[in-house]
Ligand binder design. Structure first.
Ligand SMILES: [Zn+2]
Length: 274
């Protein structure tokens, strides 16, 4: 593994996309971390402990994160057409897809339901282009999020993304926050579901600091964006550390399983798989 990869992995290893208690005994700075992360792998109510040493080994930090789920759901009624559902076909796809994907993890976390955008959806995404109240926010982060959306193109799902500068016309908003006050969240996604479990809206918020003031630099912002966009498009957490959708992410980028699971998600209709 190249050094840059190792550092990226370490940084993302500390990314717990999370609502939870996040305690970092570190001053505000952006030094890359080299970390060893112990992960119980549960998407909710799990505890992650990371022992991290600042690059160069001069400082040691302890990070304890209690993950209690950062995805929020809002339910609305929509005029969408109901999905075409054939339970035998759904089961066949799940059996065929199971070995290369973590669809089982996703279903286990959401009562065996598939949640996704309708085929042919044009997502109008507004990324907050300027903020004055978020320390260490960089205008280049708009492009960072844009490139994170582009990375998910690899899954070739029937959803297109179009950036818009018109917040009022957007389906999806990406906003910035200095830090989350509640439970140490560093990234958050709100999904809006309709009566069929079609996704019809989404809101992503990305922090530039942890609750204790640790600066989350561009690599954190990218990893957080990739993870939260995964939620926005309908994925839930993987139990494998190598996936961007791991509850305590260890990966710097999308894995084959991330791509394969997203692709499988969009072969299946929304609603229960039982
Ligand atoms: Zn997550």
């Amino acid at each position: 593994m190249r050094r840059s990869d190792r550092i990226a992995v370490a940084i993302v290893g500390l990314l717990v996309c999370a609502v939870g208690a996040l305690i970092v005994s570190a001053p505000r700075r952006s030094t890359p971390l080299v970390a060893a992360v112990a992960d119980t792998g549960q998407a909710s109510d799990s505890t992650h402990v990371a022992a991290a040493a600042a690059e160069g080994g001069s400082a040691t930090e302890r990070m304890t994160i209690t993950h209690s789920g950062e995805v929020r759901v809002r339910l609305v009624r929509s005029g969408n057409a109901p999905p075409v559902r054939d339970i035998d076909e759904i089961r066949r796809h799940l059996i065929q897809g199971a070995p290369a994907t973590y669809i089982g993890d996703v279903l286990a976390l959401q009562d065996s339901q598939i949640v996704r955008w309708p085929d042919g959806t044009l997502l109008r995404v507004w990324i907050a282009p300027a903020v004055t109240d978020v320390m260490d926010w960089n205008p280049a982060y708009v492009d960072t999020v844009r490139s994170a959306f582009a990375a998910w193109d690899a899954a070739r799902i029937p959803v297109r993304v179009e950036l818009t500068t018109d917040s009022a016309a957007a389906t999806v908003h990406v906003r910035w926050i200095d830090h989350f006050e509640k439970d140490g969240t560093i990234g958050q996604t709100q999904q809006t579901w309709d009566q069929y479990r079609w996704l019809v809206g989404g809101e992503i918020t990305i922090a530039t600091h942890t609750m204790s003031g640790y600066t989350l630099d561009a690599r954190w912002v990218r990893a957080t964006a990739l993870h939260e966009i995964g939620h926005l498009l309908g994925l839930n957490h993987s139990t494998a550390e190598s996936d961007i959708m791991a509850a305590s992410a260890h990966a710097p980028d999308l894995s084959r399983a991330d791509i394969a699971t997203m692709r499988l998600l969009y072969v299946l209709p929304p609603g229960t798989t039982k």
